[in-house]
Design a protein around this ligand. Structure first.
Ligand code: SAM
Length: 216
């Protein structure tokens, strides 16, 4: 492997799970480059004051801050992460909110969410599903934790744009948006797609439970 390949493989690993000092630097960059799309994802949840929110794979954690502001003092935010470094940094940043019981920060994965059934009114997960093999398990978990009127917002960059990035030659799994929508439907979720005005052709997939059909 040449130097350029080795560097992009290292960056891909850090993006999939930022750890250590380099992970902290990567997380700072993520907050900067993804702040606008994460803010759009939070907006798309439609969350109201006093409700329960979640950010899964929060990385640098800008989404946690935005969700805390959105649900206010009577709401609650669950942050779920795979990376010990990202969890430790968030625990440090949110000492006060942890003490006040406004936030819970737990180690976990999209495939196995450490959350009870029908708990979450609004969930975001942005730039995460590229690192997952078993997407069906992820979508089932999202459907399981959403309340009846809950909304999940999955943020992904345009697959063609992604495929042109050298870093995505390693670790990443890029899937057509239509496959994501189909997978969400199998898990019992309807999807509305929102395209953002963004260089990366960012999409938000806004998913909610399909209405239960009345018996004939
Ligand atoms: C590219 S970063 C995105 C961080 C943030 N959401 C953003 O858009 O800036 C991916 C994050 O997802 C986390 N992650 C990767 N695979 C995960 C999984 N299976 N379950 C939960 N989190 C995961 C990583 O640890 C990392 O912090």
């Amino acid at each position: 492997m040449g130097l350029r390949d080795a560097l992009s493989a290292g960056l891909a690993r850090q993006l999939s799970r930022p750890e250590g000092l380099r992970g902290r630097m990567v997380a700072r960059g993520l907050n900067k480059s993804n702040g606008v799309v994460i803010a759009a994802a939070v907006e798309a949840t439609g969350l109201r004051s006093g409700q329960v929110a979640a950010d899964v794979g929060f990385g640098g954690g800008i989404g946690l801050r935005l969700l805390l502001d959105r649900v206010g003092a009577d709401g609650r935010v669950h942050g779920v992460e795979l990376s010990d470094t990202m969890l430790a940094a968030a625990r440090q940043r949110h000492r006060q909110e942890l003490a006040d019981g406004r936030i819970a920060l737990e180690k976990g994965t999209l495939e196995q969410l450490p959350l009870p059934d029908r708990r979450v009114d609004g969930l975001i997960t942005v730039n995460t599903i590229y690192f997952v093999d078993d997407l069906a398990a992820v979508f089932e978990e999202i459907a399981r934790v959403l309340t009846a009127a809950g909304r999940a917002v999955i943020g992904v960059a345009d697959p063609d744009w992604m495929a042109r990035m050298k870093v995505t030659e390693h670790v990443f799994r890029i899937r057509p948006v239509a496959d994501l929508v189909a997978g969400l439907s199998v898990a019992g979720l309807d999807v509305r797609e929102q395209k953002l005005d963004d260089l990366r052709g960012f999409r938000l997939l806004i998913a909610s439970r399909k209405p239960i059909e009345a018996p004939e």
